[in-house]
Write a protein that binds this ligand. Structure first.
Ligand SMILES: [Zn+2]
Length: 113
């Protein structure tokens, strides 16, 4: 079983063989409910600092899915990206792949993308 606290968010991530995104962090976004952003033009994933390890990991995954959708031309909607993110959250817990660290009380799930 894996503890998400042990997962270190990388400094950059290869989305395809040729496309690399840098990961950067902000204390907060102008919209205080926003916790992540995927900047396709700037090739950046931006994450809010100081979130718990569960929320940080799945927000990172969520933004990676946006980047995959963009560069693989999958045309996924926010609804679809959220559905995959939440589906993975439930699946990894149901199968005991991660230590259950999910907190029920989470900040609003609003994200710019
Ligand atoms: Zn999103």
């Amino acid at each position: 079983m894996f503890d998400l606290k042990d997962f270190k968010i990388p400094k950059d991530v290869w989305i395809t063989k040729k496309i690399n995104y840098k990961v950067s962090w902000v204390q907060r976004f102008p919209d205080p409910t926003q916790i992540g952003e995927c900047d396709y033009d700037g090739k950046k994933i931006i994450l809010k600092k100081d979130m718990n390890s569960f929320l940080t990991f799945f927000t990172f995954l969520h933004e990676c899915v946006h980047a995959l959708s963009e560069h693989r031309k999958l045309g996924m909607s926010e609804y679809q990206v959220n559905g995959l993110e939440h589906g993975f959250q439930i699946m990894v817990e149901l199968n005991g792949w991660i230590k259950k660290t999910r907190v029920e009380k989470q900040p609003p799930r609003s994200r710019k993308t």
